[in-house]
Design a protein around this ligand. Sequence first.
Ligand code: HEC
Ligand code: HEC
Length: 386
Amino acid sequence: MTFFWSSWITILSIMCWAGILGVLLMVLKYKPEVEEDGTTGHTYDGIQEYDKPLPKWWLVIFFGSIIWAVAYWIFFPGIFPSKWEGITTVEVDGKTVPWTSHNELNSELESNNKVFTDNFEQNILAKADASGATKTLATLSEMQATMRHSEKPPAELQAQIDEKVAELAPYVEKLAENPNALKVGSRLFLQNCAVCHGSNAKGATGYPNLTDNDWLYGGEAANILTTLHNGRVGGMTAWRDQIGEDGVRAVSEYVLSISGNQPGYELDKAKVTQGEAIFNEPTNCVLCHGPDAKGMTSTGAPNLTDKVWLYGGDRETIRETIRYGRAGVMPEWETKLGNERIMLLAAYVYSLSDRSAQPAKAKTVSAPAPQAATTATATAETTAAK
Ligand code: HEC
Ligand code: HEC
């Protein structure tokens, strides 16, 4: 509240209060002349008026509420809130801070979160044989508190936080095999992520499918954790100003020619050749999509040679993407959900991914069969958890 409005309200309240007090004092002082029978002599409709003191209970309540109000002003920032903070305090982030509704909310969120965290450590981490994460989580949340409280946090702090987040990856993999953790993860997913990625996590135009093992930013537990903690913004630049509409059409034709789902198109061969040259200029498309156009998780640029499309693989949509650019936004969740819930969500997403889909990229190429089996069990558990 600005100083003007807080003063305005304070002055109005004090005036009201002083007015009522004045009337009361006036009434207390006023002594009417009383007749012999104890009445004031006023009679109305057969009712006579006496001069009796105000009832005690009423006075007690009246003065009691005045004392209450004054005490309230001392304890809370009610009077000139921008100048007087009140003497009540709450604990936020282990620090004692003056009471404000905002601080009180944070303090309550913290204590609720503490209940969740304790439960998480005892009933989920411990049972999934992942208690080792506890220490990392504690260091991580200390670092995040430092980040929140310092106005100019040290430059390397964010990098250190990112490193700590990545250290949680092995525990996320363990959680991904624990039915109970996946159950909580799937609920969190429905509450927070289904709006964009769909309740089955299969995504929609502009919102990636999380079950297909085709990743913009990488499908390892550490990649998923980073995506959830910091959020992502897809940076596909607009190209029409640089290469002209003719260039856009040529390079679209080239993308059509390399993509995996274009049997129905009559391709314009000359344009394909022209487009390939544009694509491979070192500062153009190759820079992000890679020399083989198979995408790069470091830039978030998708593989353009497969059948999976984020925005659409028909000629007009590809042209539109290249002409005007795209910038899909994945929000950050660190400040909204906290490290523990993010671990559960990452485990859930990790468990959804069909790791058998692209054996060439899978971790154990030599032994695809057992891996497919684990994935199948994880998926079955997830389904059971739902
Ligand atoms: C407001 C919509 C929105 C919400 C809510 C949302 N996401 Fe996303 N998410 C996106 C978009 C858009 C992208 C793709 C970003 C891009 O285009 O670069 C994405 C990307 C991702 C990726 C990376 C996929 C890849 O291929 O690398 C993961 C993992 C992910 N989201 C998980 C989640 C989880 C878990 C939640 C819930 C906590 C969530 N998302 C909530 C919109 C959303
Ligand atoms: C600066 C890096 C960068 C450059 C350069 C770049 N792209 Fe992209 N491209 C991306 C990213 C990131 C996305 C995903 C956008 C999103 O997630 O919202 C993307 C998306 C696309 C898509 C959409 C794919 C789909 O699944 O719908 C096409 C097509 C595409 N790029 C083609 C090109 C072509 C052709 C060029 C060169 C003219 C090019 N890109 C240059 C980063 C880049």
